[in-house]
Design a protein around this ligand. Structure first.
Ligand SMILES: O=C(O)CCC(=O)C(=O)O
Ligand SMILES: [Fe+2]
Length: 341
């Protein structure tokens, strides 16, 4: 068992690539019989053993990633006074909007000590949904008035990602031996969060254990990460070593969060990861686009039926996403968090 602090201080293995199962979504959807079963099995194996995979063939238009990165860079480059106007800190309970550089630490949320150094990144988050309960949970979106293209481009990306998320959950269903549509109903009023991160070029000396985003697991179901390059980027902790996924250009790294691990009775793994840890190059500006695809807030998630049998009873009680958030906060407040290595 390693503490979060120890994980944060462990040096990046740097260039040791992490091999991930790559699934071409369009090919999967067109495949039949043995070929389809083979692709589903590869995804299942990746989620069981590593908790991470790669999605290609998602159909997002060429150039969209770069457009979103460009307009969002414009947002991050706004004067601080303008960014303060769209801050997520304007009101209690407000979630959408800009989060300043080094304002918090993902590891702290995960349970690290409160003096864990802050993450070397700023963020912007939006939830483009009309569902009442979703809006109530996150507050209004906070778009920069001087850059209308941010709202337009983000809306385009978010709408396409809703669809990619639903398609990947069909792949997930097939991988778990369920009917393809098993998860659809849970995502009807989904609570998905789009987030962009920005780490400006860093020439200073990072504090011990400081990174662009400290060691943590994701809370929700599936996370889709697009990063334009891997330098100073995502690192995944496998067998005690920090390893670097090397996804093909234009693809997503996809990972399983705590709630999906729970839903699958721990058949799938929610694996510890971080960004630009000690030893990683931080001199270049880094941006990433992260889409947390999550189910409806108030639908009970019962153990996936193919993940339990007479010898493997459900380990956890049914739970909703909203209850899961509360439950995790309570756990973090009380436990001395250590992570199995
Ligand atoms: O920026 C990234 O590539 C991923 C960040 C991350 O893991 C997170 O915020 O949960
Ligand atoms: Fe994460």
């Amino acid at each position: 068992m390693k503490s979060v602090e120890v994980l944060n201080e462990e040096r990046s293995a740097g260039t040791i690539a992490l091999d991930l199962a790559v699934v071409d979504l369009a090919k999967f959807e067109a495949a039949e019989g043995e070929e389809r079963a083979h692709m589903a099995a590869a995804f299942d194996k990746g989620m069981r053993e590593i908790g991470f995979g790669v999605i290609t063939g998602h159909g997002l238009p060429a150039g969209l990633f770069q457009r979103v990165l460009d307009v969002t860079r414009g947002l991050f480059d706004l004067p601080l006074t303008e960014k303060a106007e769209i801050s997520s800190r304007v009101a209690e309970g407000q979630f959408c909007g800009w989060v300043p550089f080094a304002a918090d630490a993902a590891s702290r949320v995960y349970g690290a000590k409160s003096d864990t150094p802050a993450d070397l990144r700023e963020r912007f988050r939006a939830v483009i949904s009309n569902c009442d309960e979703v809006r109530q949970k996150v507050g209004p979106n906070q778009w920069p008035q001087s850059l209308p293209e941010v709202r337009e481009t983000w809306t385009e990306y978010y709408k396409l990602m809703e669809h990619v998320g639903a398609r990947v959950m069909r792949l997930a269903a097939a991988s778990l031996g369920l009917s393809d549509w098993y998860f659809d109903e849970y995502f009807q009023r989904h609570f998905s969060v789009m987030m962009a991160t920005h780490s400006p070029p860093f020439n200073g000396v990072a504090q011990p254990g400081q990174s662009r985003c400290g060691a943590h697991t994701d809370t929700g179901t599936m996370t889709f990460v697009y990063q334009p390059n891997t330098r100073g980027g995502l690192e995944v902790q496998i067998d005690g070593q920090w390893r670097v996924p090397m996804p093909p250009e234009g693809s997503f790294v996809v990972n399983c969060g705590d709630l999906l691990a729970r839903w699958t009775n721990d058949r799938w793994r929610s694996t510890v990861h971080r960004v630009g840890g000690p030893g990683a190059p931080l001199r270049e500006r880094r941006q990433s686009l992260v889409f947390f695809h999550q189910p409806a807030l108030d639908v009970k998630l019962h153990c996936v039926p193919t993940c339990t049998d007479a010898r493997t009873p459900p380990r956890y009680a049914p739970i909703t996403l909203r209850e899961h958030f509360t439950h995790q906060q309570q756990l973090l407040a009380t436990r001395d968090v250590s992570i199995a290595s």
